[in-house]
Unconditional design. Structure first.
Length: 162
């Protein structure tokens, strides 16, 4: 049984993430989408909110499980019995950091490989940061995130503003 872990901040999940989740889950028996708890970046959404949003948008994929984790993603992958870590590459600007992470992870746990997915072209410019930025100015984010996530982003930004 091949398990893969897709770690990330998912603050919030975007259509680009969802595309990677759909493609990666079709290649493995089980895909664990893993939300990082102790992120250096202060997230807009709590861990629980990010997990729930991911569960909501991946509910139609039977072999996807959503969890949260702390510490190293490669150790979380090992504990989950995963052979692979999944990451998406949007553009060459992602490459340097992603390669460094993959090589570091491999040096820690050589039995776990990183699988890179080339992001679908129409989602290549989308990031959670851009979603929050556009939404914070009242812009339309319906092209970037599923509708129920867009609603949550506007709600959260309004509540943060008070
Ligand atoms: O969605 P992101 O913010 O690009 O995801 C980054 C993430 C969570 C995959 C990365 O920061 C991570 O794995 N953090 C956990 C600590 C770790 O394992 N760092 C990598 C060792 S180089």
């Amino acid at each position: 049984m091949a398990t893969a872990v897709y770690p990330g901040s998912f603050d919030p999940v975007t259509k680009g993430h969802l595309d990677i989740i759909e493609r990666a889950s079709s290649l493995v028996d089980e895909l664990v989408v893993a939300v990082l708890k102790n992120n250096a970046k202060t997230p807009l959404f709590s861990t629980e909110e990010r997990v729930n949003m991911l569960k909501d948008v991946t509910g139609h994929i039977p072999n996807v499980r959503v969890e949260s984790f702390g510490g190293l993603s490669v150790e979380f992958a090992r504990e989950s019995g995963a052979k692979f870590i999944v990451r998406g590459l949007r553009a060459v600007t992602d490459f340097e950091y992603e390669l460094q992470m993959a090589q570091t992870n491999r040096s820690i746990r050589p039995e776990i490989d990183t699988l890179f997915f080339a992001t679908e072209l129409r989602y290549a410019y989308i990031s959670s940061t851009i979603v929050k930025e556009v939404a914070s100015y009242g812009g339309d984010i319906s092209g970037f995130v599923p509708p129920q996530i867009a609603e949550k982003v506007y709600e959260k930004l309004a509540s943060v503003r008070g």
